[in-house]
Write a new protein. Structure first.
Length: 270
């Protein structure tokens, strides 16, 4: 009985020192689990909205990284900019997938690299029957670019003086490409072809992609600067990411979604 009292005292002291953290494996998972809120938007195959159930590369990796801990990830779909605001205000722990930019690093924290991505310019074949090659963003002057509000390229497009029409989703830009309302849109190649196959399968041959990637940076989770216990949770997340990369579970997830090997962050530097 005395030992039980000391155990309970130890738990109480731990919770008093770290109020946002619960002790592992002391009580049943149903009693000790702590929900952790993530916000995101559909971005297949990275994030999939399956009738309200969240799946895809990122959610699967996050669930695997926290498996065996007291953390129970919960995912909410929100428009990108609203999700950023929720994270910045400390109402959600993190949002994904996001690139590190100078402006974002000044406001948010970031996880370790999750997966590389290769954004490319999609276009309508009939608009450019001989294809399209480019070297710098200046090559797109005189054309109309379809963008998504809150994406990483907004400042770069502005600095390059490009004519850009912004909407709230890549799906809208894919449709506007088809009907020639825009000349180009910049999307990760996996996402772009996935979206076309899903929303416009009969027009698959209508689309083409410029061979040169706009960048080859890594996606991360963008983390709230004010979420309770955020530093310890980020540390726990990064430890989980290393674990699943070492035990092969990370690679299994990428293979599940037919991701090419060069998207993997294993043995690569961000």
């Amino acid at each position: 009985m005395t030992s039980v009292k000391y155990l309970l005292l130890f738990i109480t002291l731990c919770l008093g020192v770290c109020p946002g953290i619960k002790v592992w494996a002391v009580v049943s998972e149903s009693d000790s689990s702590q929900s952790l809120v993530f916000v995101t938007s559909p971005y297949e195959p990275y994030v999939i909205d399956d009738e309200g159930r969240v799946s895809g590369i990122f959610p699967d990796i996050i669930r695997a990284a926290f498996r065996g801990s007291y953390i129970r990830p919960e995912f909410d779909f929100l428009p990108w900019l609203r999700g950023e605001h929720e994270v910045q205000a400390g109402k959600a722990f993190a949002t994904f997938p996001y690139l590190k930019t100078k402006a974002r690093v000044e406001t948010f924290g970031f996880s370790g690299p999750i997966i590389y991505f290769f954004p490319k310019f999609f276009y309508n074949r009939s608009r450019f029957p001989d294809g399209f090659e480019w070297q710098t963003l200046a090559d797109f002057k005189g054309y109309k670019i379809g963008g998504v509000r809150g994406y990483w390229y907004e400042q770069d497009f502005k600095d390059a003086g490009l004519t850009t029409s912004y909407v709230t989703s890549d799906r809208q830009n894919i449709e506007m490409l088809r009907i020639k309302r825009i000349d180009f849109t910049l999307i990760d190649e996996l996402v772009g072809w996935n979206l076309i196959r899903k929303t416009a399968p009969s027009y698959l041959g209508t689309y083409a992609v410029a061979a040169k990637a706009e960048s080859s940076s890594a996606f991360h989770l963008m983390i709230s600067p004010d979420y309770p216990g955020g530093d310890k949770l980020t540390q726990l997340l990064n430890m989980g990411l290393k674990r699943i990369q070492q035990n092969g579970e990370y690679q299994e997830i990428l293979e599940r979604y037919h991701v090419p090997a060069d998207y993997s962050v294993i043995n690569q530097n961000d």
